[in-house]
Design a protein. Structure first.
Length: 126
């Protein structure tokens, strides 16, 4: 009788039942893959892209702001450090990881707004 009881357990979905994949399992797996992408892969890709952009644009003469809020002009760039002039004759050494943002010069801003094909923005109706 023990054999017939184990056989009945298998038919009813007992402990030895082979699991079947349902639509909910696919949705759960897809959600986990999407969460992994959004939490791990996308930020890593953005950090790599930002590092490449910084390496490309970080040159002497460029105005920068550090993560601590110090504004200055890059004097020279070494491997993992940069020398920033924060006042006339005052040059401070920073790690390149401390770079917060590369600022556009005023001449570039003016050049972009003075193009003949650009139009002023429309007024806000609100």
């Amino acid at each position: 009788m023990a054999n017939s009881a184990e056989h009945a357990d298998r038919r009813k979905g007992g402990p030895n039942r082979l699991s079947r994949v349902s639509g909910a399992d696919f949705i759960l797996f897809g959600t986990l893959v999407a969460a992994f992408y959004l939490l791990v892969l996308a930020p890593a890709r953005n950090r790599a892209r930002r590092a490449a952009d910084i390496k490309e644009h970080l040159k002497p003469g460029v105005e920068v702001i550090t993560t601590s809020g110090i504004f200055g002009r890059v004097e020279r760039v070494a491997d993992d450090e940069m020398y920033v002039e924060v006042a006339p004759g005052v040059v401070v050494r920073f790690a390149t990881a401390a770079l917060g943002k590369i600022l556009l010069g005023k001449s570039e801003d003016v050049a972009q707004s003075d193009r003949p094909d650009s139009e002023p923005p429309a007024p806000n109706p609100l």
